[in-house]
Design a protein around this ligand. Sequence first.
Ligand SMILES: NC(=O)c1ccc[n+]([C@@H]2O[C@H](COP(=O)([O-])OP(=O)(O)OC[C@H]3O[C@@H](n4cnc5c(N)ncnc54)[C@H](O)[C@@H]3O)[C@@H](O)[C@H]2O)c1
Ligand SMILES: [Zn+2]
Ligand SMILES: [Zn+2]
Length: 376
Amino acid sequence: MTVISRAVISGAVLTESGRARPYAASRPLAIEELQLDGPGPGEVLVRMEAAGVCHSDLSVVDGNRIRPLPMLLGHEAAGIVEDLGEGVDDLVAGDRVVMAFLPRCGRCAACQTGGRLPCTPGSAANNAGELLTGGFRLHRPDGSAVHHHLGVSGFATFAVVDRRSVVRVGADVPPDVAAVLGCAVLTGGGAVLNAGKPLAGDTVIVVGLGGVGVAALITALSLRLGDVIGVDAVPDKLAAARDLGASAVYTPQEALDAGIKAAVVVEAAGNARAFETAVQLTAPGGTTVTVGLPAPDARASIAPLGLTAEARTIVGSYLGSAVPERDIPAYEQLWREGKLPVERLISGRIRLDQINEAMDQLAEGRAIRQVILFGT
Ligand SMILES: NC(=O)c1ccc[n+]([C@@H]2O[C@H](COP(=O)([O-])OP(=O)(O)OC[C@H]3O[C@@H](n4cnc5c(N)ncnc54)[C@H](O)[C@@H]3O)[C@@H](O)[C@H]2O)c1
Ligand SMILES: [Zn+2]
Ligand SMILES: [Zn+2]
């Protein structure tokens, strides 16, 4: 096997967070030429085909989520295996893989919880902006290191990632569909299936209808249980949810005024007000699943009495409480059987050099999922 030693790639690098909007003018993300080391032991070189633009990328750009900089962003992506590092013998060049944004070591106590807890060393590597195998594979021409985003750094023509950051999918899965399986579907789908666990007849409400929320909505619809209701502040998002088959759609205030309640409520908006709404919409005995990642200093107000007297549960869900190598193939199969219309999440297809404009669209609530297609 020939291990490619070093390559020059193009990627969207964030050097400073918190620049003023519009990003089309302030241009926080610069397309830079970087050097990418070849895959080391336990690593994989992937040629990127598609990468989705998630709010968790925007949160690094706007400073709501503090990450070490400079960082090559992007964590929802899919591509083709080009080369394998030493010891990787269960993939071959040419395989299509989906990136999982939190690699699992498979050995720590958290990894024994069936997805309920995020892997401890995987989370530490993500917080440090390193690969789980340790350190950086990305360098500027002067040799200085560029951090990895969640072990993926998908806004780039190529990536070197830990083997445990990829899950193989079939060649029949289109690249844009494969990309969104890695974050929006894994997170939104898992919020319903792994964390909310609705039963026959249960109503499911999704608060926040971006990529993650719409993935939760289509997953809930695929179960054919009770009503599936969408809540968002933006009218276009409500229209999209209705088109997808939601039983009803409401703005947050309308939902509260109508007094609707559900056994499972998924919050996929990422702010404290939406979280409060989700808790208020949860029926006695029901579960609020919170997926959004608000700013670290955000605080919510809820009435503890209702939680006790109505025996309700609030549960946080990261990575869809998923085991990616178990769950991504399951979503892939549901998609193949026509039960999970994942392509309906994709509201725009763009080029890598349109990434700043894409961040504006996302910040303004004008996109469900925009996907960068490479090589177009
Ligand atoms: N837990 C995880 O593992 C995980 C994974 C991916 C994303 N996330 C987080 O999930 C959240 C959603 O991500 P996304 O990419 O779908 O974001 P998005 O920006 O595409 O969608 C958020 C939606 O919430 C709506 N919204 C905002 N405030 C609202 C309110 N008060 N009530 C109802 N709706 C409201 C917006 O109009 C928008 O449609 C973000 O916070 C993101 O960082 C978490
Ligand atoms: Zn994401
Ligand atoms: Zn682990």
